[in-house]
Design a protein around this ligand. Structure first.
Ligand SMILES: Nc1ncnc2c1ncn2[C@@H]1O[C@H](COP(=O)(O)OP(=O)(O)O)[C@@H](O)[C@H]1O
Ligand SMILES: Nc1ccn([C@H]2C[C@H](O)[C@@H](COP(=O)(O)O)O2)c(=O)n1
Length: 239
């Protein structure tokens, strides 16, 4: 079922009252770990990035191909990521949420968003000279059509702000096959784009208030920070 917003954008039925929180941050900054922690909370639907799809679409691995040859495969991966992120933004809550009551509206916590896919990763490929101008133009046309015609509400962005060095250490520990060739400079470029977007707010539209959590700490300290910020996060507020 669908309807239209006051701006004429397509809206999925029943989506209007649901809080949407996006967890943003560099590669291996701890987003999935954060989502796992909050998945134990009642009434939260957690959506991690569909990385398994990016590694296997009908037997092909666009994530691996992109790291091997970004100029050739960047558009392939990013087109697919844009589709899968849109699918996540629009998907309806599945299954029964733990202890869901009528008084407390269900909440969705997502890893990243269609916005960071474009403003961070596509932008990085383009600025670093690894995405041909025509590929960038086509992706931009798609992104603009989607965001102008479909309501993609986000209520709060939680930015896990971490140093590129920390991410590099964690990435090596996680040891995802495709990512073994990622140099520190790549994480530095992604970090800078995130800072310009969410901290300095000088690059692109920020679709929601931003709550910044420093993410260089060990796991125990991160849990303390999540608890300190729990109320803000669950009410979709950064103040
Ligand atoms: N606060 C932390 N301290 C140390 N290691 C961490 C911390 N948070 C996550 N990790 C580890 O770092 C790696 C990347 O974390 P992950 O949550 O997968 O990051 P992301 O989802 O942002 O890519 C994983 O191996 C994870 O176990
Ligand atoms: N738009 C995107 C989003 C993610 N990636 C890459 C970066 C990582 O190698 C992998 C998963 O990210 P993580 O959750 O570990 O931060 O996908 C990309 O290239 N473009």
């Amino acid at each position: 079922m669908q309807s239209y917003s006051s701006q004429g954008k397509l809206v999925r039925n029943g989506e209007k009252n649901k809080l949407v929180i996006c967890i943003e941050g560099n590669i291996a900054s701890g987003k999935t770990t954060c989502l796992e922690y909050f998945s134990k909370t009642s009434n939260i639907e957690v959506l991690t990035e569909p990385v398994s799809k990016w590694r296997n679409v009908r037997g092909h691995n666009p994530l691996g191909l992109m790291y091997q040859d970004p100029t050739r495969w960047g558009i392939t991966l990013q087109t697919y990521i844009q589709l899968t992120m849109l699918d996540q933004h629009l998907s309806t809550i599945v299954g029964t949420l733990k202890h869901c009551t009528e008084q407390s509206a269900p909440m969705r916590m997502m890893e990243r968003s269609i916005y960071s896919a474009k403003y961070i990763f596509v932008e990085n490929l383009y600025r670093s000279g690894k995405m041909p101008e025509v590929d960038f133009a086509v992706l931009s046309e798609w992104f603009e059509w989607i965001t102008q015609n479909i309501a993609i509400p986000v209520d709060l962005i939680v930015y896990l702000q971490s140093s590129p060095q920390t991410c590099h250490e964690r990435l090596k520990e996680r040891c995802r096959e495709e990512e073994k060739i990622i140099p520190l400079e790549y994480l530095e470029a992604i970090h800078q784009l995130y800072e310009d977007w969410l901290i300095k707010k000088t690059s692109f539209n920020v679709p929601a208030p931003v709550l910044v959590i420093s993410a260089d700490d060990d796991l125990q300290k991160m849990i303390l920070q999540y608890e300190e910020n729990r109320e803000k996060i669950l009410s979709g507020s950064n103040v």
